[in-house]
Ligand binder design. Sequence first.
Ligand code: CTP
Length: 422
Amino acid sequence: MSTKNIALGVGGGIAAYKSAELARALMERDCTVDVVMTRAAEEFIRPLTFAGLTGRKVHSHLFATSGSEDTLNSAIDHIRIGQEAAALVIAPATADLLAKLAHGLADDLLTTMYLAFTGPVILAPAMNTNMWNHPATQTNLKTLRARGHVIVEPDDGLLACGVVGPGRLAEPVRIADLVMRALEHQQPDLAHLLHGETILITAGPTQEPIDGVRFISNRSSGKMGYALAEEAVARGAKVVLVSGPVHLRPPRGVTLVPVRTAAEMRQAVMEQLSEATIIIKAAAVADYYVPDAPSQKRKKTSEPLTLALAPTIDILAELGTKKGGRLLIGFAAETANLIDEARRKLIAKNCDMVVANAVVGPNGEKPGIGFEADDNEVVLVKRDEAIPVSRAPKRRIAAWILDEVRNLRLAAPVTAQTAQGI
Ligand code: CTP
């Protein structure tokens, strides 16, 4: 990658010293780094540290002291630094900074620069656990995520205040890697990235009838699959969306094939297969169904009712045997051993990548992500690599997934054979 200029905003927190490591990690990734400090940050680490590390002037004041020769330069620094930067990363992003950014307050150089900046923004929060968990902070994070910013979730651990919990600044290397990824996403020719591909996407739950009015299903909302379809269209792909019953409007430009049961989904997928060059199986397909479910409503009796269930056909596994040169992407929801289990499925079902969701927590999942939620947090598991994607809106997660799909495609180009479905 050619040299990129990164604006590194440093907020006032104990973790400010780690920003020096982040500056170094960014420079090791061929970046030049312009550091912008808040006044509070200067209480924790001296500007000289950054100047020495980066070899560049460190900025902190919106207006230099009146009469100084720097006055005019400083007055427009917030515009200039932003214009020169390919990305803005703020680490540590304190609760106060997150609040200011969420509300558009601009009372110092860093917050003013943020408002003037149009490129990708990566925020790495660090604070006391209670401050992190406070509804005010969580609401601000939601606002910032919805704006498309990357939030690098803080790590759990022993904090400077003696509390154990989330709030520790993520490792600088992880933040630097996420900055690099955000830059990769800044492709000017987005509309051509998947041009020529026909992507078959499955989404939503399936419904397996028990009788004429009842069915077995799951809580899948279809949001992840629909976000993928929307993003794939934006990238120039032809998209066929085979969808179980959901309450979502089909994205513009997709061919929608509505289905209800796992058997219908399988049939639709197999019918569309010859056209497809990439298949993404985001649907939460029922693993079991009720054979010979009566078409009439079952009458209630006082006797216990036992339903005999039979396994559905695993569509993903079947596709694995028929895919030829197509790229095959599966999904996996796991409660334990996320990456190992996802890789096991990847190999067993002959996929090129498995998007792994951690499903944990007292009610079976993490609050705010996964089933039904607008956000997701996944690991993209490939044969030789596992890429964690931290919590973000599903459309943004879709962009990451499709970036990796494109990387897979670059490694295995579409051939005449692929096009003929061999
Ligand atoms: N899948 C499918 N057909 C099925 C069941 C699942 O195509 N009948 C696909 C899903 O669309 C998803 C993937 O398989 O892409 C993973 O589903 P998951 O339920 O996590 O895995 P299973 O293979 O069912 O394994 P396990 O129940 O052991 O977790």
